[in-house]
Write a protein that binds this ligand. Structure first.
Ligand SMILES: [Zn+2]
Length: 279
């Protein structure tokens, strides 16, 4: 174990976490989550792993700001602000942190590198799809039945959202390849040509993660209902202050758990692509 790298990881993720807090992208508990996941991913995965987490965080925070006022009126999901809390931070970075530990203590290996990229692609794709898809000119449809549903409904998909998910996945795959090329140029290790497989691994991981996210959202994710506003919501207490009651879905399967599971699915898909590419 490299204590020095762990320390650098902690300093770097603390700096990013505090910057995120000042930019109103993270709550205080979210800062803690960023430091936890950032330190582990950076310390045990390495430079490229830590930088990929930052690429996810910065790009998603910037997209949150894109046409912000418009999105607040379109879907209530966006009205609670953009500060991500501990649960959201662990949902997005938790599985990546576990993979980093496996990478360090299980002897490393390319397949875990692909799996990590797939996990990051899945959470990036989901975030980009949510932030951009809400602006879709067409009404979104439920992934399971194809029925048109209100904007912001769990499990709703649109052409624009799918395009955003694809872009996010590609962004993560290409960014990881770039970091790898930079690392190789610094003399880390040879065998560059094979590394190109990380791009399709990221794209497939991101898309599979998004589909799993939407399927869970449309079927078993907990959905609540506010009697006062007569609206469906993902919150146990509605933004109007009233306690909601569960309409459908499993109580423990909230949005954070869904995001975590889609990261797991994305990493599995990316690992399979890595197996195909690298044998
Ligand atoms: Zn309400």
């Amino acid at each position: 174990m490299d204590l020095f790298r762990l320390l650098i990881g902690m300093v770097l993720s603390s700096a990013i976490g505090l910057a995120g807090y000042r930019a109103e992208a993270l709550s205080l508990s979210g800062v803690l989550g960023a430091i936890l996941t950032g330190t582990v991913i950076f310390g045990f995965g390495g430079w490229s792993w830590g930088l990929l987490l930052i690429a996810f965080f910065v790009s998603s925070s910037l997209l949150s700001r894109y046409r912000e006022a418009e999105k607040e009126t379109l879907a209530e999901k966006f009205a609670k602000g953009h500060r991500r809390d501990l649960g959201q931070a662990l949902a997005n970075g938790g599985w990546g942190a576990i993979l980093a530990l496996a990478y360090a203590f299980g002897g490393g290996g390319r397949l875990l590198w692909a799996a990590f990229t797939g996990a990051m692609a899945a959470v990036t794709a989901d975030t980009w799809a949510t932030e951009v898809g809400v602006l879709s000119p067409q009404r979104p449809r439920l992934i399971t039945t194809g029925q048109p549903v209100p904007v912001g409904t769990s499990g709703a998909v649109s052409r624009l959202g799918t395009l955003a998910a694809l872009s996010g996945s590609l962004f993560i795959g290409l960014t990881m390849l770039l970091f790898q090329i930079a690392g190789s140029a610094l003399g880390n290790r040879p065998g560059l040509w094979n590394d190109v497989f990380i791009v399709p691994a990221g794209v497939v991981g991101g898309l599979v993660g998004t589909v799993v996210d939407s399927l869970l959202g449309a079927t078993v994710q907990a959905v609540y209902y506010c009697d006062r506003c007569q609206k469906e919501t993902e919150q146990k207490v509605h933004r109007c202050g009233r306690r909601t009651h569960r309409l459908r879905g499993w109580r423990w399967l909230n949005n954070d758990v869904v995001n975590f599971l889609s990261a797991v699915a994305g990493s599995g898909a990316a690992l399979l692509v890595g197996l195909l590419g690298w044998g």
